[in-house]
Write a protein that binds this ligand. Structure first.
Ligand SMILES: NC(=O)c1ccc[n+]([C@@H]2O[C@H](COP(=O)([O-])OP(=O)(O)OC[C@H]3O[C@@H](n4cnc5c(N)ncnc54)[C@H](OP(=O)(O)O)[C@@H]3O)[C@@H](O)[C@H]2O)c1
Length: 229
């Protein structure tokens, strides 16, 4: 799936999306960087090309990027999630996948990165489910991976990625995206409602980062058999 049409990263000009773009472009994937501003997307695409020597990276407006592929990754601040997903609604096709990376941190409203906001739907991911057409399969992932770690191509991504969603096939597609990140591990986090817990962990990691004066805290789940669902 990812190989066929490429990976659209909505908000790929920002910290987390740019880090994922770098890693996936380096792994040979076709990347469509989305932005509200095409020139900004194109500039980010050029930076990715220069950094990893890939020619399969382009910059587009968000809805154009989403329309061009069947695999869309959303990396925007929580405060922008509803508006951006509404703006993408017409660009989705039946069977498309949305990988939601949004964390509802208080900082999105001017508060602290160490606190999670209450979301009426339960989590940012469940809010995304309510905003996209019913034919779009939503998976949540990459909440606990630091953007600084992603952008540091000299080092492996020493972190597990907990993936939540209700469509087993879609989760396997995300598993393949995780396999493009050297060092990162896939963990099946269960149904989309479990994203509530995974998203909240990011606030804890932000707090740990402050105490340890780093920006690289991540998580590892231990005790699992080597082959997991
Ligand atoms: N940074 C991390 O380490 C990290 C780790 C895990 C999860 N996350 C989550 O990933 C998401 C993105 O985080 P980030 O740090 O990459 O955010 P960011 O750099 O602040 O923003 C990402 C992009 O979102 C776009 N955007 C769309 N609407 C926006 C608005 N109203 N205000 C500001 N930007 C807007 C911007 O792209 P254009 O201007 O080009 O449209 C921006 O470059 C967040 O939900 C965050 O909680 C981040």
């Amino acid at each position: 799936m990812a190989e066929a049409k490429g990976i659209a990263i909505i908000g790929g000009t920002g910290n987390q999306g740019f880090g994922l773009a770098l890693r996936w472009a380096k792994a040979g994937q076709r990347i469509l960087i989305g932005s509200r501003d095409r020139a900004k997307a194109q500039a980010a695409a050029e930076r990715v090309k220069t950094a990893v020597g890939s020619s399969h990276v382009e910059g587009l407006e968000n809805a154009e990027a989403s329309a061009k592929t069947n695999l869309v990754v959303l990396t925007v601040p929580f405060a922008a999630q509803v508006g951006i997903l509404k703006s993408l609604r017409e660009s989705f096709k039946p069977g498309d996948m949305l990988v939601d990376v949004t964390v509802p941190l208080e900082i999105a409203l001017g508060g602290r990165a160490t606190r999670v906001l209450g979301v009426w739907a339960g989590s940012a991911a469940e809010q995304a489910v309510e905003l996209v057409p019913k034919t779009v399969r939503v998976v949540s992932a990459f909440h606990n991976v630091s953007a600084v770690v992603l952008q540091d191509l000299k080092h492996a991504v020493d972190c597990d990625v907990i993936v939540c969603g209700d469509d087993p096939e879609a989760k396997q597609v995300v598993r393949s995206l995780i396999e493009y990140l050297p060092g990162a591990g896939y963990v099946d986090g269960g149904p989309i409602e479990n994203s509530r817990t995974v998203e909240a962990l990011t606030a804890l990691l932000a707090s740990i980062n402050i105490r340890y004066k780093t920006q690289r805290a991540g998580i590892r789940v231990t005790g699992l058999p080597s082959v997991s669902g």
